[in-house]
Design a protein around this ligand. Structure first.
Ligand SMILES: Cc1ncc(COP(=O)(O)O)c(C=O)c1O
Length: 457
């Protein structure tokens, strides 16, 4: 299996996921729906684990469950033998429910509540990654109240710029982490506190980091900080957590040319990230355990979104005097940002194919829109005009498959415009089964209260 291919294979014009014909499936199952591959999930876990452990044996892989915390997926991640990172009380609850042991769980999060900290300490998770000096005092207070020591690592903004999407960059400014200038003070406080056990440092740089260079600079800076903390506080840190961020190729890499600002292309393989990160660690601090928290890399390529064209039209573009300038072809599919929020929130590009139309059919520039009552619900195009290059015969009833959609999708679905959230299916050992049912209209009012008319008399 190749890292670039995702899970879709087109054989004789038929789209297959692990041998399952998706067109056949779409005849039987109402669209839109997600289709996950258990095989791909396992492959992604294996490739990241092997890449790192063969270079730095003391590496722990923790799946970042914010990427997708559907129970089926968590169970598969657990079965593949890795640990988990959570960033809310809800994710902690789901991880425990899925069967992870508390000592397999670390807890990040930009605003942990007292009840969340209390629950994390009560169950005895492996470590809390602390986001500010204020939060460190909060964790200390809860630990003292429970009389349970809290294992902590500071999440530090290690001040290394990245060139990913601005919404995904988490160092060199922004809301995350303790400022580098305050980090030593934080460790001094923790080292002196009866109920805090500072054991590590956390430096997640961001998501979809398309070159290895920020990791090298980030880890060099992190190891400088580790040395400073150890000297200043008289402690020895046990682990460095470099977070996640390993990218997925939403667009094919173009030869050897690397433009780190083009965050849809991912020219380096996971092996190259492992070589860069472990290289610095092995050279400077081979004794430190390495924790990594990949989310997108594990989940994104494991799913496709199956949608159907429900509407089509031609719109005419005219000049001020009504003269015809151009024609635009549009198709509207049955999933928009209610199903794939990031296509709108971040103008994210998800590759698509029209299923069942022969490869040789001439491509035409077509705009693809979602169904929502919002002019912004239009998928990012292949060209600058915003068009996708689709088979010229694309028409109503056709199935459009979006790939690389397995991460940061399900979690963000909404019933916008009262369109129920989509169902999720999975291919497992050649068998397709539903792993999350679609929402019903009744689900959409299940939480509404006090709206039914009172009976008189
Ligand atoms: C602390 C932390 N760890 C891990 C991740 C996962 O990142 P990715 O999905 O890019 O691997 C994130 C993403 O936001 C994060 O904030």
């Amino acid at each position: 299996m190749s890292a670039d291919a995702g899970i879709l294979e087109v054989v004789d014009g038929r789209p297959l996921v692990d041998g399952t014909d998706v067109l056949d499936l779409a005849q039987r199952i109402p669209t839109p729906f997600f289709l996950y591959s258990a095989r791909r999930l396992r492959w992604n876990v294996e490739s990241v684990r092997n890449a790192f452990t063969r270079r730095h044996i003391d590496t722990d892989v923790l799946y970042a469950s914010k990427a997708c915390s559907m129970m089926w997926l968590l169970r598969h991640v657990l079965a593949s033998g890795i640990d988990v990172e959570v960033n809310s009380g809800g994710e902690l609850w789901k991880a425990l429910k899925a069967g992870f042991r508390p000592d397999q769980i670390v807890f990040n999060g930009a605003a942990k509540t007292v009840p969340e900290v209390r629950e994390a300490l009560r169950v005895g998770i492996r470590a809390l990654m602390v986001d500010s000096l204020f939060e460190l005092e909060r964790v200390a207070a809860v630990a003292a109240e429970l009389r349970k020591p809290a294992t902590v690592a500071l999440r530090v903004d290690i001040d290394v710029p990245t060139q990913t999407h601005p919404g995904m960059a988490t160092t060199h400014g922004g809301k995350f982490g303790v400022d580098l200038a305050q980090a030593v003070d934080g460790y001094r406080f923790a080292a002196a506190h009866e109920w805090l056990e500072p054991r590590g440092l956390h430096v997640h740089l961001g998501s979809q980091i398309t070159t290895t260079d920020p990791y090298v600079r980030g880890i060099e800076a992190a190891l400088d900080l580790v040395a400073e903390v150890e000297a200043a506080c008289g402690i020895t840190l046990e682990f460095l957590d470099t977070g996640g961020g390993f990218p997925v190729p939403f667009k094919p890499a173009e030869g050897a040319v690397v433009d780190p600002g083009d965050y849809f292309r991912a020219p380096f393989a996971i092996d190259e990230y492992a070589a860069a990160i472990c290289g610095v660690l092995e050279r400077r601090r081979p004794d430190l355990r390495l924790l990594i928290e990949p989310g997108r890399f594990i989940a994104a390529s494991a799913a496709v979104l199956v949608t159907r064209v429900e509407n089509k039209k031609v719109k005419y573009v005219r000049d001020a005097r009504g003269g015809l300038l151009d024609e635009e072809r549009w198709v509207t599919v049955d999933a928009g940002y209610n199903t794939l929020l990031e296509h709108c929130l971040y103008h994210w590009y998800y590759p698509s194919i029209v299923a069942g139309r022969p490869d040789e059919e001439a491509p035409a520039p077509i705009r693809v829109a979602g169904p929502l009552c919002d002019a912004g619900d239009v998928f990012v195009g292949d060209d600058e005009a915003g068009c996708r290059s689709l088979p010229s015969g694309t028409t109503a009833g056709d199935i459009v498959l979006f790939s690389q959609v397995g991460a940061y999708g399900l979690e963000m679905m909404t019933p916008c415009n009262c369109r129920p959230r989509a169902a999720v299916y999975a291919v497992e050992d050649g068998v397709v089964r539903r792993v999350r049912r679609e929402e019903t209209y009744a689900d959409m009012i299940a939480h509404d209260e006090g709206w039914e008319p009172r009976r008189s008399g």
